[in-house]
Design a protein around this ligand. Structure first.
Ligand code: SAM
Ligand code: SF4
Length: 327
């Protein structure tokens, strides 16, 4: 499906819960968020139905996210069912890794194609401070379990933060030296609790030059895959893995944006920066049939905004937190 700027929309991020077992300072308030009732969030059957509709409309790649998606019961069976939908080429997951060690085998056998593990720090104390939970050892075990199983598509997501993990970025990048993984640095966006937490991001350009100073020249990796995301990947000398950068603030990638988002409450968001979209849950629970719902989705996606306005607080408006939207 295309929007009015002729962008092909083929990628959907689906949040399966807004609950989380961490409280990352840039994402969630310490007290957590108001708990949604069971009836407020989409059932697994409803998520499956929307995935089928998205797929009919040309979505080929899905990302399961949250909140913390591994808190959602029966997630592996949802993935298994989604994998059977014809036209879906990839189903990936973004997780904080706390529950990964136990769930990894089931997720992998359900057919999960890729895992992005969010890991901002390798320091236990720093982790407890940033996430407000003492669960670093669980994440580490989850990470090690994936490495042991040689999981083929593993990415580490790190949000570089001034004075917090600044002195660990080389160590994190170094994970790609001997492992076939991608270590990605994602610029902090002014979403969720980022601003009021007092945390400040580090611009991509600065990290780029620190890595080059220490590890040698970063050579771009070209990828013509139409399903690729906004990250730009690079090789470093003597590294078997890759380094990625997502610089949403410095360089907008809206011109190539191919994504839509479905919140756990079943709201279809057409741009991270706006509250524009469609209450899909309401339609799913009405007597509208698949064709009618598809048509509504197509219409709303057609009107996807041209670009985000994170740099302009007067234009940027969505009060949802990142754990509600799924990143
Ligand atoms: N709980 C899962 C996790 O942490 O991986 C999935 C949901 S989380 C909202 C998805 C991603 O969004 C994480 O990698 C997190 O670091 C990132 N994120 C959250 N708030 C952010 C912000 N303000 N700017 C940039 N990335 C952010
Ligand atoms: Fe939870 Fe992920 Fe947000 Fe951290 S970034 S609070 S792990 S949803």
């Amino acid at each position: 499906m295309k929007d009015k700027f002729n962008r092909e929309i083929n990628y959907a991020r689906i949040s399966v819960t807004d609950r989380c077992n961490l409280r990352c300072r840039y994402c969630m308030p310490e007290c957590g968020v108001k708990k949604l009732s069971h009836a407020d969030i989409l059932t697994l059957e409803e998520i499956l139905r929307v995935s089928k509709l998205f797929s009919r409309l040309g979505v080929k790649k899905f990302r399961i996210t949250g909140g913390e998606p591994l808190l959602r019961r029966n997630l592996p069976s949802l993935i298994r069912d989604m994998k059977k939908i014809s036209g879906i080429e990839q189903i990936n997951l973004t997780t904080n890794g706390v529950l990964l060690k136990n769930l990894a085998p089931e997720l992998i056998s359900a057919g999960l194609d890729g895992i992005n593990l969010s890991l901002d720090t390798f320091d236990e104390k720093n982790f407890a401070n940033l996430t407000r939970r003492r669960l670093f050892s669980h994440v580490l075990e989850g990470f090690q379990a994936l490495l042991k199983q040689n999981f083929k598509n593993l990415k580490i997501n790190c949000v570089p933060l001034r004075g917090v993990n600044e002195n660990e970025l080389l160590k994190l990048a170094n994970l790609a030296r001997n492992n076939f993984i991608k270590v990605r640095f994602i610029e902090l966006m002014p979403i969720g609790c980022a601003w009021e937490s007092g945390l400040r991001g580090i611009p991509t350009a600065e990290i780029f030059s620190t890595l080059e100073r220490n590890f040698g020249k970063l050579l771009p990796v070209y990828d013509k895959n139409p399903l690729k995301g906004p990250a730009k990947y690079f090789k470093l000398p003597n590294f078997i893995g890759e380094i990625g950068f997502i610089d949403a603030m410095e360089h907008k990638f809206c011109g190539n944006c191919n994504r839509i988002r479905l919140t756990a409450e079943g709201f279809l968001k057409t741009c991270l920066s706006f509250d524009l979209g469609l209450d899909v849950k309401k339609l799913l629970r009405s007597d509208a049939n698949d064709d009618e719902i598809s048509e509504k989705i197509r219409e709303v996606v057609y009107n996807k905004p041209r670009e985000h306005f994170f740099n302009d607080v007067n234009k940027f408006h969505d009060s949802r937190l990142m754990n509600q939207v799924g990143g």
